[in-house]
Design a protein around this ligand. Sequence first.
Ligand code: UDP
Ligand code: MG
Length: 139
Amino acid sequence: MERTLAIIKPDGVARGLVGEIIGRLEREGISIIAMKMIWMTKGQAKAFYKVHAGKPFYEGLTGFMCSGPCVVMVLEGKEVIDTYRELMGATDFKEAAKGTIRHDYATDIEKNVVHGSDGPRSAAFEIAYFFNELEILKR
Ligand code: UDP
Ligand code: MG
């Protein structure tokens, strides 16, 4: 079993896509083992995305991520990191495969509706960034 962090970004929440995205996860058989709504400060968004510090899109991205509420979730499943990244689609929605969340809903390379961890190390950091162990379901 593997865990990953998923975020429905401020554009997804503002456009009423929370139910649609959670439905896709459920239909895929992915378990949601923690979930909450948050509204990040700029500082929190910058620390979350610190791997991208210094890149040209860092200011825009972190400004966007604190522009409204997000839904953050911990997902669990066999190979869920890759399974969920496949559901999301490529970062740039123009390159995202048909039927992926970003293909179907993203409007911009920045405003691409969802976030997912890119590997086990980032998943561990990102889950611990938003959730303590008491907030995560144990089965
Ligand atoms: N991003 C952007 N411009 C870029 C690349 C990325 O605005 O050229 C934003 C986009 O919202 C993306 C996030 O920065 O989801 C993090 O980038 P990353 O390369 O980690 O993509 P992801 O893992 O989200 O697919
Ligand atoms: Mg990434």
